[in-house]
Design a binder for this molecule. Structure first.
Ligand code: ACO
Length: 418
């Protein structure tokens, strides 16, 4: 029987979710209930929710949704965010992902979206579709005893700011505003809807495999009373043989709108009695964290990996959406075998914005759309891509100029998985 590749109907969503569980190795005994389906997908655009059906059974899944992505300079672009990509083990390596991806990217291009985005389960999957890693992430494990922070200062910072324990309900109120302020300043941040906050504070319906333990919620208030930091962490319950506390705190979410709030929140967490180890959660690879400790070697990096992947869909609009460190002109020859974003473009960049237009001038740099996606948020070095043979420097000095144009002082960071 032939496979039916198509958008799902509302009554098929529960089957679609069960298929996602098969692909992500989180099987469910029962189909998800109506309440969960309505909460997760009540507002979903079903034309962007693809399924593959074999004799009535859902065997592959793919979904995209509109996502606000912060780019360099603080503007946002609407991304075609790809998620829930699975093909059941019985149907893999027959081109089903390729078919669903081609359909989705063509529709996103048609809608006029600027980029597509995703968090890749495995590195080798998405490069073939023109995606490139645009931000990386890091996690540290801190040995509190070695960190060198003063354990007597467990609460109130010296600058008039203060730390307060709050409840999930408070976080649902203040969290969105703090996050919006982060999104306005940090490239790579993606929008969080109100469901995000309900899910992360334990009040949204849950799937069978999703367990919940209530975390601690903490905010940092600046001297003027405004909340400028948010910390959510869980703690395990571990004791040594001689009855010493050996608890690990694991950060689930931390937003700090300025370095003072960031320092205060780490200082707080490293000063709570019984907590001997802190897991930082996924941070930007250039987070202040290890260096703000008196002994940075107390923080061991336990994860360092690619995180947010992007795919260019409209090069001029994407490049015009961000700002640049220096004023310069560059001609980029962008290759895209899929025919979605390729062409030769003149970029006139400046710190207040840019003009990017098709051109017939000779190119300074030639690169694939995936490599341009990797450069887009300022995280990668053009010189390194040239040295790797992944970009061609067609005019001497062009890589140096492009690095000065594209790179940023701090690295992009996407705090979320989607
Ligand atoms: C954004 C997200 O949701 S990320 C989550 C991705 N999902 C998972 O990792 C769940 C487990 N894996 C799966 O469900 C499937 O294996 C998928 C979705 C990754 C791939 O689906 P398939 O239908 O098998 O992919 P498809 O047959 O279209 O493969 C296209 C090409 O990609 C390659 N490919 C597919 N998956 C992988 C992989 N995990 N690693 C390396 N190469 C891969 C195939 O070999 C094929 O290469 P070819 O064109 O040179 O022959």
């Amino acid at each position: 029987m032939s496979l039916d590749v198509r958008p799902v109907t509302r009554s098929e969503i529960a089957d679609w979710m069960k298929a996602v569980g098969v692909g992500f190795l989180t099987p469910a005994a029962e189909k998800p209930g109506e309440e969960l389906v309505a909460d997760r997908f009540g507002d979903a655009d079903l034309s962007r929710m693809q399924g593959v059906f074999d004799a009535g059974r859902c065997v592959a899944t793919f979904r995209s949704f509109a996502q606000q992505l912060t780019v360099v300079g603080g503007a946002t672009v609407t991304a075609d965010a790809v998620t829930g990509v699975t093909v059941s083990p019985t149907h893999r390596r027959r081109g089903l992902l390729s078919r669903m991806m081609a359909t989705d990217l063509a529709a996103a291009k048609e809608r006029g979206e600027v980029v597509a985005s995703l968090i890749a389960a495995e590195y080798p999957i998405y490069g073939r579709y023109g995606f490139g890693p645009a931000s990386w992430t890091a996690e540290w494990e801190i040995s509190v005893a070695r960190a060198g922070l003063d354990p007597r200062r467990s609460g109130q910072p010296a600058d008039g700011g203060r730390i307060e324990l709050v409840d999930g309900a408070d976080v649902r109120k203040t969290g969105p505003e703090v996050h919006a302020a982060l999104a306005a300043r940090h490239p790579g941040v993606v929008g969080r809807g109100e469901r995000w906050w309900r899910t992360r504070t334990g009040v949204a319906p849950r799937a069978e495999h999703e367990t919940w333990t209530e975390p601690f919620y903490v905010v940092h208030r600046a001297a003027n009373g405004e909340v400028d930091g948010l910390l959510v962490y869980g703690v395990d319950d571990k004791w040594g043989d001689s009855k010493q506390p050996l608890n690990t705190a694991s950060v689930r979410d931390m937003i700090a709108l300025n370095p003072a709030a960031e320092r205060a929140l780490w200082h707080y967490l490293c000063s709570v009695d019984w907590i001997t180890t802190v897991r930082s959660g996924y941070r930007a690879p250039d987070d202040l964290l290890p260096l703000l400790l008196p002994d940075p070697r107390a923080a061991r990096m336990v994860t360092h990996a690619d995180w947010l992947w992007l795919r260019m869909l409209d090069v001029p609009r994407a490049l015009e959406a961000r700002t640049y460190a220096v004023e310069a002109s560059l001609v980029l020859d962008v290759r895209d075998p899929a025919g979605l974003a390729g062409g030769r473009f003149l970029l006139d960049a400046s710190d207040s914005g840019a003009r990017c237009t098709p051109t017939t001038r000779s190119a300074d740099l030639a690169l694939d759309a995936a490599e341009l996606a990797t450069l887009y948020l300022g995280d990668e070095s053009v010189r390194r891509l040239v040295d790797l043979g992944r970009a061609d420097e067609l005019r001497p000095g062009a890589a140096t100029t492009a690095d000065a144009v594209f790179r940023t002082g701090r690295r992009p960071w996407c705090p979320d998985v989607f």
